[in-house]
Design a protein around this ligand. Structure first.
Ligand SMILES: *[C@@H]1O[C@H](CO)[C@@H](O)[C@H](O)[C@H]1NC(C)=O
Length: 171
C-alpha cells in the first residue's frame, strides 16, 4: 500500500482513489473496484478528501473487502492449532473458537450427528483462497468446511485493523 499512500498525499480527494484503482487492479476483486468507482468519481466531484488512515477508499471501508470465514473442526485442540497457525501466517487477523456446536448432515448416504467446534475467522477477502488452501492442507477431515461471507459494514477501525495485520496480497 506504500504506493497508494504516496499517491493519496500528492493528489488527495477522489483523484487519488481513481488513480489507485487504475494502478492497482490486481489488488481488488472486480466487484470491489466496481463498487469503488462511483465513490471515487463522487468524491472528485464534491472535492472531498479521503481519510489518510483509510486503506483504499474515500469514506473508509470498502464493502466486502473483509470476510468472515467459517471452518468446522472435530474438537477444540484442532481448532486452536489451526487458529494459531492462520494468525501466525497472517492469513487471518482474528479467529473466534466457538465450542460445542452440534452438526447434523448427510455423509455417504447416512445422517450423521457430531459434536464439533466452529471457527469464525476474520480476514481480508483477497486472502480467502490462500486461507482455504492452508486449512485444507492441515485439516483432518476428508472434505473440510470452509465458507466465507463478505462483511458489508462495521466499525471502521476494526475493519482497518483486519487489513493492517494480515498479509498484503503482493507478499
Ligand atoms: C481431536 O481430533 C483429532 C482429529 O480428529 C484427533 O486426532 C484428536 O485425538 C482429537 N483430540 C481430542 C482431545 O479429542
Amino acid at each position: 500500500m506504500r504506493g497508494l499512500r504516496t499517491t493519496a498525499v500528492l493528489l488527495g480527494g477522489g483523484a487519488a482513489v481513481l488513480l489507485s484503482l487504475l494502478w492497482m487492479p490486481a489488488l481488488l476483486p472486480v466487484a470491489s473496484r466496481l463498487q469503488l468507482l462511483p465513490r471515487a468519481l463522487l468524491s472528485m466531484a464534491s472535492g472531498s478528501s479521503p481519510s489518510q488512515s483509510s486503506p483504499a477508499s474515500g469514506s473508509g471501508y470498502i464493502p466486502g473487502s473483509v470476510s468472515a470465514a467459517f471452518v468446522t473442526c472435530p474438537n477444540e485442540t484442532v481448532a486452536k492449532e489451526i487458529a494459531r497457525a492462520v494468525v501466525e501466517k497472517r492469513l487471518a487477523a482474528c479467529v473466534n473458537v466457538i465450542p460445542q456446536i452440534t452438526s447434523i448432515y448427510e455423509w455417504k448416504g447416512k445422517i450423521e450427528e457430531d459434536s464439533e467446534v466452529l471457527m469464525m475467522i476474520k480476514t481480508q477477502s483477497s486472502l480467502v483462497p490462500a486461507l482455504t488452501d492452508f486449512v485444507r492442507s492441515v485439516h483432518p477431515y476428508e472434505v473440510a468446511e470452509v465458507i466465507a461471507l463478505p462483511v458489508e459494514q462495521g466499525n471502521f477501525p476494526y475493519l482497518h485493523w483486519v487489513h493492517q495485520v494480515t498479509k498484503s496480497v503482493s507478499d
